[in-house]
Design a protein around this ligand. Structure first.
Ligand SMILES: [Zn+2]
Length: 268
């Protein structure tokens, strides 16, 4: 599934961050279009990810060529970028649940004093109306709050933070089991999200539910989880068909070029 605009090159953007993959800078690869020597004793080496020709020094004549790398490119790289965006979104959840747990623990330690203050304020609010009655209800709930429940809520928050942290870290690293974990954990919370939404609709809840549904559909459909669309073996076949490494390791691909008039032409 490609979400990027038509003329966007994920490979170029990725190389701008992580650097080019130019094996011809380390050794010569006779018979392969990986480098072109220039008259000044330098060369242009081809990046195996973004197909850019990079100006580099020539390698030592005696350097032993290493096996040619196969950096992520094409659909596999696009998918990794989306999965890493999901990992960052999970990272935000970690921060939220940690902050919530910290708040609950602070509340637990300060609860007796807060409850004493609330009991002092409550009689003063008894005769009031409107918004102040809402404050009175809230203070009443606070007075009746059980310290044990606060601890349970804090522990649940820490548990969620740990779960989302595992998802975030291993999604970032591209682990397939983390994609399964993310789908199962996200799906497990959907009934709760729908129940919450049924109680009271808000833009935030609707947005969160839509985002989680989009993540579920994206992971299951694109990463072919649970055997969908042929499962992992079909995913590997699709990736092999998407990038022809035998050809890329041998010949420079035909790349579109823009002529001075602005028309797109084809060149070697
Ligand atoms: Zn590159």
């Amino acid at each position: 599934m490609r979400l990027a605009p038509r003329h966007w090159s994920t490979e170029t953007w990725w190389c701008s961050i992580h650097g080019h993959v130019t094996p011809a800078t380390a050794a010569r690869y006779p018979g392969r279009e990986l480098a072109t020597e220039l008259d000044d004793g330098t060369q242009l080496a081809r990046c195996l990810r973004c197909d850019t020709w990079v100006h580099t020094p020539v390698p030592d004549v005696g350097a032993t060529p290493a096996p040619l790398p196969e950096p992520l490119r094409g659909k596999a790289l696009d998918e990794l970028v989306v999965v890493r965006a999901i990992a960052l979104e999970r990272g935000l959840h970690v921060l939220f649940f940690l902050a919530l747990a910290a708040f609950l623990i602070l509340l637990e330690f300060g609860l007796p004093a807060i409850q004493r203050d609330a009991q002092t304020i409550l009689p003063l609010l008894d005769q009031t109306r409107g918004g102040q009655q809402r404050v009175a209800r809230w203070l009443n709930d606070l007075v009746n709050l059980d310290g044990g429940h606060v601890w349970v809520l804090a522990l649940i928050s820490l548990g969620y933070a740990a779960l989302e942290a595992v998802e975030s870290v291993f999604l970032w690293r591209g682990k397939r089991w983390a994609e399964y974990l993310t789908v199962v954990a996200t799906a497990a919370f959907l009934p709760l999200e729908i129940f919450e939404l049924a109680e009271k609709v808000s833009a935030l809840k609707l947005g969160a539910l839509s985002l989680n549904l989009a993540i579920l559909v994206y992971l299951i459909w694109t990463k072919r989880l649970f055997g969908v669309r042929g499962g992992f073996s079909a995913l590997e076949r699709q990736r092999a068909a998407d990038v022809d490494w035998d050809s890329l390791h041998t010949r420079a691909p035909i790349t579109p070029a823009v002529s001075p008039s602005g028309r797109r032409t084809r060149r070697r």
